[in-house]
Design a protein around this ligand. Structure first.
Ligand SMILES: [Mn+2]
Length: 313
């Protein structure tokens, strides 16, 4: 099925991690669904928005900014819905009770082997999931409102670290969105990025202090550990000069490992493989990925990633 068929059904729109891109994708999808239904002369269907994992601070900010109400997964009457739309998320990370539904995937992470999805729009080359949603606007000749354009832009900004990891195509898209919406990049940045909380900055510095540096074939691999803010800590350690960063974070129900790598190193493949072997879940982008494994398996996971890295670096 394609997106037009999908819109004939009531939908639970879900993401696993509620980050800026996932939330921006929800905001822009809400508008796309309404306008496309209008265009197709079909009754707009009920949409419920929820997360199967956690919502982060930046995601929360987007939801507030564009007034999108989400529900806790437990409060969504799943039995009423036949279809789930996964945004910025693939089927390997969602809980089993969701996997039983008919699933449509819109995502830009490395494609995993999906079983029985009703439909998918996966573009690993897209900078963000919002970029894929934007392509749907264009394909259907619908002009996003300024709000939807901003939500799309925020998804791109967050997933390319402010355009630093952006491909040429995304610069074109960014230019189009900014000029058509008469938006100014600098003011959008200022709106979304204020100085990080002191607790987050302390986490970065602690992660740096705890860093263990290993040299593998002339490449620097940095391993560290932190209780919270593991993703941004890993990004900071990469910026300090590492080629690969692995940050361990022990959570109450699982061990989490965040990976970051310089371009050209496919860390996601290693993460997916190691996570599967340890009966956890893992994946992401080549150079930015994560895995969750059962408690007490995190250290093993790190050693396994390291031995795999010896063959890759
Ligand atoms: Mn994303």
């Amino acid at each position: 099925m394609d997106i037009k068929d999908l819109l004939k059904h009531e939908l639970v729109v879900a993401a696993h991690v509620g980050d800026m891109d996932a939330c921006g994708a929800m905001v822009s999808f809400r508008e796309l669904a309404r306008k496309l239904a209008e265009k197709l002369k079909i009754q707009p269907k009920r949409l419920e928005f929820t997360f199967s994992g956690a919502l982060n601070k930046e995601g929360e900010k987007i939801l507030k900014m564009f007034d999108l109400k989400t529900k806790l997964m437990d409060d969504v009457p799943l039995e009423d819905f036949e279809y789930i739309l996964l945004l910025d998320t693939q089927t390997n990370v969602i809980p089993d009770f969701l996997s039983k539904k008919k699933i449509f995937v819109i995502d830009h992470h490395v494609k995993i082997d999906h079983k029985n999805v009703a439909g998918e729009l996966i573009d690993e080359k897209a900078a963000s999931t919002t970029e894929i949603i934007y392509s749907l606007f264009k394909e259907n000749k619908i002009k996003p409102t300024t709000n939807a354009a901003k939500a799309i832009i925020y998804g791109i900004i967050s997933d390319t670290a402010g355009m630093r990891f952006s491909k040429t195509k995304t610069f074109g898209i960014m230019h189009e969105l900014l000029s058509e919406g008469k938006l100014e990049y600098q003011s959008l940045l200022a709106e979304i990025y204020e100085e990080k909380d002191i607790s987050e900055r302390i986490a970065w510095l602690k992660a740096a202090r705890r860093a263990e540096v290993k040299q593998i074939n002339n490449r620097l691999v940095v391993i560290s550990e932190i209780g919270a803010f593991e993703s941004s800590s890993a990004t900071k350690l990469l910026a300090l000069g590492a080629d690969v960063v692995l940050v361990f974070s022990g959570k109450p129900n699982e061990d989490r490992i965040i990976g970051r790598a310089k371009p050209g190193i496919n860390l996601a493949e290693i993460f997916t493989h190691v996570a599967a072997e340890l009966k956890g879940s893992g994946g992401g982008h080549m150079a930015a990925c994560a895995m969750n494994v059962p408690n007490e398996k995190g250290r093993t996971a790190i050693s396994m990633v390291l031995s795999n890295l010896k063959n890759v670096l």
